[in-house]
Design a protein around this ligand. Structure first.
Ligand code: NDP
Length: 329
């Protein structure tokens, strides 16, 4: 069987991660990279593969089996995913949870019009965490869900810090509160406020002569980002930030705490956890597995928009059903 030919649209953290993941999946190959920037300004890792303007994607209709869309969720994907879904099978990592139903409807209409399969909101949250939450609630209908994120870098909160007057650079980590997780693991089913679930740790490089007390106060009281959390602000040098905080680690925990038995006397805890050395590299690895699924589903005659909820796990694997039943059941 010929390899699955993948096109990458948008070459940022996820775009680079997809390129790396393709190298680990011998049934896939990188066909082309597309960007909105000057293609000659991008240096990709894979030799012999071209970088093209995103305006030329349609020319590759017969050369690409699936496009992995690596743009940002805020403004890129709401436009790019429906646009390309009509022409290609596509995968995206759209993570604006509140807008997923609207995004789904737009992409579904385009994919059905073009007779293609699209998979949206692929990643770890939404994505693998969503699958765990779904399994947990189906298996233990009487129970409670808990999701904790971290310890990990929040790009949005790091951007917010960097916009504060007097801040030269900064990074923000979301940290789950250990006592809250312990209470969940103990089956206490606690009701937790936002503040009780996560803390926020900031590492800030101040500009020369900046008022550090004012910076700290501005960060800690920032509405929507920090005011609902216990936040610590650590001032460090640019060298320290570069040396100790240059990675993009992340992770988290999904719990389902449930009960069975005549009077709910039997307790069960499901726990799924991720500790990620690189959020984008991990997310991209998931995107490539779902790209395989999209191509297979299209070859079986399916069309329209799907999410991780709609895709049976065997579609993600390069192995056949026979091989999976013999080696993994
Ligand atoms: P980036 O900011 O690195 O890249 C987004 C886009 O910006 C790229 O596709 C690229 O498009 C453009 N870009 C990248 N670098 C530059 C640059 N130096 N100058 C100008 N433009 C640039 O975002 P990420 O790849 O880190 O993340 C993309 C999205 O993935 C996020 O918005 C997030 O919503 C989602 N995500 C989802 C997860 C999940 O679990 N579902 C997990 C992690 C991320 P172009 O090449 O066309 O210019």
């Amino acid at each position: 069987m010929s390899n699955i030919r993948i096109g990458i649209v948008g070459y940022g953290n996820l775009g680079r991660g997809v390129e790396l993941a393709i190298r680990q999946n011998p049934d896939t190959e990188l066909a082309a990279v597309f960007t909105r920037r000057d293609p000659s300004s991008l240096k990709i890792l894979t030799e012999g593969v071209g970088v093209y303007s995103v305006n030329d994607v349609a020319d590759f209709k017969d050369k690409i089996d699936v496009l992995i869309l690596c743009g940002g969720s805020a403004t890129d994907l709401p436009v790019q995913t429906p646009k390309f879904a009509e022409l290609f099978n596509v995968i995206d990592s759209f993570d604006t949870h509140a807008r997923i139903p609207e995004h789904f409807a737009n992409v579904d209409a385009a994919a059905k019009k073009g007779g293609n399969v699209s998979v949206i909101s692929v990643g770890w949250d939404p994505g693998m965490f969503s699958v765990q939450r779904l399994y947990g609630s189906c298996i233990l209908p009487e129970g409670k869900d808990y999701t904790f994120w971290g310890k990990g870098v929040s790009q949005g909160h790091s951007d917010a810090i960097r916009r504060v007057e007097g801040v030269a650079d900064g990074k923000q980590y979301t940290v789950p509160v250990q006592a809250a997780m312990d209470a969940v693991r103990n089956g206490e089913d606690p009701d937790l406020t936002t503040r009780q679930k996560h803390t926020r740790e900031c590492f800030v490089v101040a500009e020369d002569g900046a008022d550090k007390a004012k910076i700290e106060e501005t960060i800690k009281t920032m509405p929507n980002y920090f005011s609902d959390y216990d936040t610590t602000v650590n001032f460090i040098s640019q060298d320290e930030l570069n040396k100790n905080h240059s990675g993009i680690p992340h992770g988290g925990f999904v719990f389902r705490s449930g009960k069975t038995g005549v009077n709910g006397e039997t307790r069960h805890i499901i726990e799924y956890s991720l500790k990620l050395g690189s959020n984008p590299e991990f997310t991209s690895s998931i995107l490539v597995a779902y790209a395989r699924a999209a191509v297979r589903m299209k070859n079986e005659g399916m069309t329209g928009c799907k999410t991780v909820f709609d895709i049976a796990p065997a579609y993600l694997s390069p192995k056949s059903g026979d091989e999976l039943r013999a080696s993994m059941l």
